[in-house]
Design a protein. Sequence first.
Length: 433
Amino acid sequence: MSSKPVTRPYELALLRAVFVPTLARKMVGAGTSKLFGDTDTKALYRTFQKMHFDRVQVTRDSLLLEIQAAAVIDDENAVILIDEILALPEPEKIDRLMDGLGKLRSRAMLFDLKEYLGTDEAVRDGMAGAVVKINEFTQAAHIVSSKAPETMSEVMDRIMERTEPAKVWVPGLGKLDDYWKIRKGSYGVIGADSGAGKTALAINLALSIARQDTHVGFISIEMTADEVIFRAAAIEAGVDASRVEDNLLSDAEKQQVYHVMRVNKAIYDRIHVIDPAFLAVEDMHARYNELITRNGCEVIITDYLQRIGSKDKALRGTTERVSHVSETITAITKATGVASIVLSVLARDSSIGKSAKKGLDHLKHSGQIGHDAHWVVILTPQEGQDLYAAQKMIICESVKNRKGQFFVEPLLLDGPTQRITHSGGSVIINHES
């Protein structure tokens, strides 16, 4: 490798597609900002993404206006860049163009990685810095496979020759298990406002999946590992979580906790909690690798998406950062094959506790999340009840489900124990979704 490959001409040719609606939809479905190495072209692509998800028509003037409002590119440079792109012919085979650009970007990043590893900075950063750089390369390069593509008949032969059922996990919520499936390589989102039960549901899910002979990783940015484990102990033993945390349990309650711990030791040993005080998206692949290689985790739960930061100074604003995080989780999930479950807060105007129908746009900074996720479930307190009651009903509604049916179902959240159970009765299938 004598010199760094030049990718800018390919990036400009690909960006010509943003002005062609049919190609733009295809590009946002299969593309990623990691294809763009130039600061200005990456900023333009991310601006286009935001416009696409906000359903704003992309024209020369509307794109310029959006760029100027966000101040992501100097005004004069933006005019020159867009005119340069519009002077190019419309791309005919966008898939081939993205594939070619992906390979060039991989080579360029490999060049950067090689250069970095030979610097004094790399020596100062040590293995931690090298792992982050390698993971950044892996995230960007995983879309380019060195394996020869299979024909359809070869794929069908491989699928039909499988001897074991596909790995599928259920949430352990009674009849809801018939409709809510968690599959390998899937990226799922649980959205809720603070106090609506998303962390409680996540811990209940972790326990349920661990019972299905599976190691679960739990990345807790919101709470300490001790707090997560206190809640898990309360759920299992049926005691007050705050009394566990404050060490106020009676002798009888302690005996109950110890008994449950002994009986379910194999289950608890399959749950692995890490609690970084700060997590940058660039470090996420390293965290996933740690949980997968050290602990054999097949499902990884992260609490929560909007708390994940970034070291990328080119990102402008929270929405861009959250979109970048969602893109990265998609890439890591695809590269590792694990099931990712990520918690998300809702926007402040999401009408929590009211009867208004919830949707993907209720997720805070939602644009990319709703596009990337395989399934999205939103929790809201049932209308008209006391939000501070010890027990409350929460409405569990699927608003996106690529590989299953939609549902709306009330669940019972017991506040003191944090235990969530199915309310009984039949699951309501939401055919309108």
